[in-house]
Design a protein. Structure first.
Length: 83
């Protein structure tokens, strides 16, 4: 049986999906907190891709280069979002 997603979980998954499409992965921020993303990781809906370079809105690396952990949807997270 598949559990229903809460509104907050749905918002996190939609934010991760958007960031994946635009930048390749999500880096946590004030719009999507690390706490919320880690809850999705624990639920198996999102996974870490390791350290990524922080970029600006145009996709260019910010100087000096800084790194943060990036996240992307798992297959389960994507299927839950599509349903």
């Amino acid at each position: 049986m598949t559990c229903l997603l809460t509104m907050k979980q749905t918002e996190v998954l939609q934010t991760v999906e958007w960031a994946e499409d635009m930048f390749g992965s999500l880096v946590t921020s004030t719009q999507c907190s690390r706490r919320d993303v880690m809850r999705a990781v624990k639920a198996g809906l999102v996974e870490s891709v390791g350290m990524v370079v922080i970029s600006d809105d145009d996709g260019f690396a910010i100087e000096p280069e800084r790194y943060k952990e990036g996240f992307k949807l798992t297959a389960d997270g994507r299927s839950r979002l599509d349903s």
